[in-house]
Design a binder for this molecule. Sequence first.
Ligand code: FES
Ligand SMILES: [Fe+2]
Length: 368
Amino acid sequence: MTQVLPPATYFEPGWFDREQLELFGRTWRYAGATGDFEKPGSYRSVQVGRHPLVVVRGHDGELRAFHNVCRHRGTAVLPGDGKVTKHIVCPYHNWTYGLDGCLLAVPQRREVDPDLDRAKLGLHPAAVALWRGLVFVHPDPDPEPLADWLGDLTERVAPYDPERLAEIVPAQRYDLRCNWKVFMENALDNYHLGYVHKDSLIGYDHKRQEQHPCGRRHWFFYEPPLKPGRLTPTDLETGLKPVAEEPRWYGSAFGLVFPNLFVLTSAVGWSSIEVLPTGPETTTIEIRVRALPGQTTRMALGLIKATAKRVLRRQPALDLIQEDVYCCEAVQVGIRSPRFSVGPIAYRYERGIQAFQRNVLDYVPLEA
Ligand code: FES
Ligand SMILES: [Fe+2]
């Protein structure tokens, strides 16, 4: 069967809730880059399925994750992102926690409970782990280790060290009117590359692409340049210097860290794409791009030059993501149709979609 997920799994609120609970609440989730937690007290809060979590760098330099739920009445102790100077002070009644999660002080403690045992009321711990400069969290304090979860994906993704690279443009966010799985499946669909992106993805050899399942749940994709060992016109248009030291890493690749993170590598850059379900039929994606440091001006000039060339040649502007957004939103409309079904597929290019759907079903089984 080509399509194993029923259409309702792409729009029903009940299914969306089950995914939050049974899938996102039970897998490792990306929580930012190590650079987001540079100083002691730097923190980021993230929603992992139904679990509000927070990652904090301690005064001892250690990165820790907690459930962002005050032990008094449940308030999120640290909202959004930021930096605390000394302790974590709950905004509601000022219960105060150390950056290690221990409960340090309770105002009017005698009023609350003269025998209150602070040792039993620290923030509930969650798990945190690092991979290539990315921070991952898990609501379970003792989950399957991240390295085991990632499996051989770590060897497949190009060996760039993101901590050596810089974010030369601000993070970009796109809000999409489609279910998160439609975007995931579009990214795993490599049949469309030469059609939808015929003007925005130039110089890659789509026919020589390779794909592999990795670990138990992940996926890896790579396609080489049409001219082996050379930068593609798409790379050259960015104006950026190659990140890859060896031309054998030239080309375009991604690793899908199941369920919702892509790590993309090209000859000139390294990016992360996080796909955040915001509702049964809405999704936000966040893209963070890294390249060799000090190239902001170089990239801006490169893009101006490329745009001018495209105008002269009457080619459309370079906007690969918008092209995908258009297709995803159009698919979401089709999925809602009572006539919707998936026809024959180009197995070599689309098989990643089946693997992804089966993985979703392993976490969220269809009810009999
Ligand atoms: S809810 Fe946090 S101190 Fe009351
Ligand atoms: Fe695409």
